[in-house]
Write a new protein. Structure first.
Lengths: 347, 347
């Protein structure tokens, strides 16, 4: 997995820091986008990310600096569609809080935006403790239901699993994604992407040398059990397989001054990467909390509590200029990247 | 007046050309924005335009590359409001085709965008000959009426004056603005900004020397009439006043393959500046027309027919890269500018 911060600025897209957006390139080639502030499509063009590979978009919360780039991104994905095999025929899945479907539908329909691919919006239903009352969705607004876009497919309404306190979003043979609740001026969510562990491959050459023939013994070896060979020797547990690849876990949090419930701690526990906001410096903690935001120390405390491997801070107030100037981190250059190959369990 | 092209690209905001937006700085200090594609606020920050002076926004048509930057621009104007005297208390007026009010309302309300100033959306009702039938506003969509934003003030619905074929938008003692109809894939409009002529000031020193006393004679002199002095001499017509300042006329057109009706020709006649799209090169005229667009020759023909002084082309397909590279015209640098001081009539 590889994570690219396309925009590290809060509130608005400035010339030196784009608005919030993170690209996650998965091992099998798809790219997922987390938040999509105004200008995300332009930041994508500047980065090495291939827009044709974008298959899912996750929106943490409905503030403009996280979502105003979404209609334009969809239009541009569509323009590039002929060269975008990731999109052809495939349904683009979009996840975000209740209200996202209405916003996207009106933005695309009022602007007669034709799309070459179907899309669906799955809405996360927040709980009433995720924001001050004024930040909760307005039922008069969300009751408004204009006719769907011709390419829109019905989406689900998602609620937290009472046991785990997590919103199950999707899972397939490679990866699973869940969301968890955060506190902010409006309800906000974090997303946890968990790769599945991959068992090690059989060391076929070694097994041949030992005279083990394909058959039931291979199954035992593959499952990491010890086996007794025909000549009486014993092949120890795990000796017949390559080390397995442990699935990695990446958590990307929306704006927040803290977690709500137990889901977030559970999701972030032992994560390889935690992407967390740090809008204001530690000296302005009170001001940050008042606005539903975090500071670097606050983010670090969560990372430490959860034994996270790497903490990546983002969503900096535009008052903080990138150290590198116009080409600096998270700015024009196309973003900061984290990632590399999978780490091997036991290696 | 001074015109700055903030984005000269069609379809989407690219790294080298922003999406459509033009800033017009008026003599009395206000700035008006014509079209507001995604990223306009960032282009504004790079330019010399003072966001605090923005008092009116005109949207030519409801394609994303002309309007997806509008909600974000309003939010950012509001953030800068304490340092923005142009906005304080004053109502931001927004003009655009039917559908704009719904789009803006939903975008601002879904995203809980608080604004520090009131705004109003005046909608232009297109006629059925401004686009193919598929491009006309969908009544099922525009019937949708979510509750207004707390800062939203009621706006007008504007129709063309049957005599002049122009939509009268506003007029005050300094300037008047009208709109006219264009043909495009969706109904599109052009805007004509006309400064009022300013009469020349009295040449008070000269009048004193000639012994003319303040009184009724001053009125005659000011009105450019000849007067007989007490000593029998005659002061010729216009000799007692400075040359007047002819009001200039700037026309900014939205995407189009041509005019609809007589309004456009009337508005553009003798304009000092015509801002016209030229999406594709002359060799691709058929393709351009099919998509409701123009070529440089098409734009030049209109400019010549209307005896326009200066033609400024914009809205270039992103396939055409700026000659100057990343810092070239209409790109990162903050825009191409036209303008200067008023020309004096008869000077
Ligand atoms: Zn934010
Ligand atoms: Zn936020
Ligand atoms: Zn356009
Ligand atoms: Zn257009």
């Amino acid at each position: 997995m590889e994570v690219t911060v396309l925009g590290s600025g809060s509130a608005y897209p400035g010339p030196l820091r784009g608005a919030s957006a993170v690209a996650l390139r998965l091992e099998h080639g798809e790219t997922w986008i987390f938040d999509c502030g105004e200008g995300t499509q332009t930041q994508l063009m500047k980065s090495r990310t291939k827009t044709g590979k974008i298959s899912k978009i996750f929106v943490s919360h409905l503030h403009g600096d996280h979502v105003y780039g979404l209609p334009g991104l969809l239009c541009t994905l569509s323009l590039n569609c002929s060269s975008a095999p990731g999109q052809q025929g495939q349904c683009l899945e979009i996840f975000g809080p209740v209200g996202l479907r209405l916003y996207l539908r009106v933005a695309l329909r009022v602007c007669s935006s034709e799309l070459m691919f179907p899309f669906t919006v799955h809405e996360l239903e927040p709980t009433s403790d995720q924001s001050p009352p004024a930040g909760l969705p307005d039922p008069d607004l969300t009751a408004c239901s204009p006719p769907p876009h011709p390419q829109e497919r019905p989406g689900r309404t998602l609620r937290p699993d009472p046991e785990s306190d997590l919103y199950p979003l999707l899972q397939d043979e490679r990866v699973s994604v869940s969301a968890f609740r955060l506190f902010h001026r409006v309800p906000s969510f974090g997303f946890c992407v968990q790769e599945r562990d991959r068992p090690g491959r059989l060391r076929v050459e070694l097994l041949k040398q030992l005279g083990v023939k394909p058959g039931p013994l291979y199954g035992r070896v593959k499952n990491g059990l010890s086996v007794r060979l025909e000549d009486g020797r014993v092949l120890g547990a795990g000796e017949g397989v390559e080390p397995g690849v442990r699935g990695r876990r990446v958590c990307v949090l929306g704006d927040c001054s803290g977690l709500v419930g137990e889901g977030g701690r559970r999701a972030c526990q032992g994560a390889d990467l935690l992407v967390h906001e740090a809008t204001l410096e530690d000296g302005l903690r009170e001001q940050a909390e008042e606005r539903g935001h975090s500071t670097p120390s606050g983010a670090a405390a969560l990372a430490r509590d959860c034994a996270v491997h790497t903490l990546l801070l983002t969503h900096f107030s535009q008052r903080y200029k990138p150290a590198g100037g116009p080409g600096g981190a998270g700015s024009q250059g196309g973003g900061v990247t984290w990632g590399g190959r999978g780490r091997r369990a036991g290696a």
